[in-house]
Design a protein. Structure first.
Length: 186
């Protein structure tokens, strides 16, 4: 049997068991010397209360089903119109939020090894090290060469003094040709 829209709005009929209970309560009350009319009214009120409660439950069920369908649509429409980022910036105390955050758990979630590898790759750290140590090494070698030249000159003077050689007024740098002897020049 198909029910139309008018039937769903019609008042529900009380189940037969409820009517039997009202009649039985009325007979019991009459047998005890009570007022059968008061007992009938009381039973009818109880039956009416149960009917209203059942009706409220039916309305609540229909209303909840409608809300279950409508609320997500309305909420999504509202969220589409609201700038959530600006809302958070305007209404949330970020400092207070960060103060309550467990930084150890946050740090544990960061992939530090991958982050360090990425930074090393981006700044080309091996190349920087080669360039900086290469410059330092070249400077150190130059200083060492100059110091060894000075040491060589000092050793030459000491040896000249020991061997009683005349000192050469023109100092030669390493690798330069020796001066011509005086005998050849005359």
């Amino acid at each position: 049997m198909v029910s139309g829209p008018d039937e769903s709005l019609a008042p529900r009929q009380a189940p037969v068991t409820d009517v039997v209970l009202v009649v039985a309560a009325t007979r019991q009350s009459a047998g005890q010397g009570g007022d059968p009319l008061a007992s009938l009214v009381s039973g009818a009120a109880g039956l009416l209360t149960r009917a209203v409660t059942a009706g409220e439950q039916a309305v609540a069920t229909v209303l909840n089903a409608a809300l279950d369908r409508a609320v997500p649509v309305v909420v999504n429409a509202v969220l589409d119109r609201v700038d959530l980022t600006q809302l958070v910036l305007d209404r949330v105390d970020i400092d207070r939020l960060v103060a309550r955050a467990d930084l150890e758990q946050i740090i544990d979630r960061i992939p530090l090894v991958q982050l360090a590898d990425y930074i090393v790759d981006e700044i080309d750290l091996p190349s920087l090290i080669r360039e900086s140590t290469g410059g330092i090494t070249a400077d150190a070698i130059d200083v060492l060469r100059l110091q060894s030249f000075d040491v060589d000159q000092t050793v030459s003077r000491v040896m000249d003094a020991i061997l009683r050689r005349r000192s050469d007024p023109v100092r030669r740098s390493p690798g330069s040709a020796p001066p011509e002897s005086r005998a050849d020049a005359e």
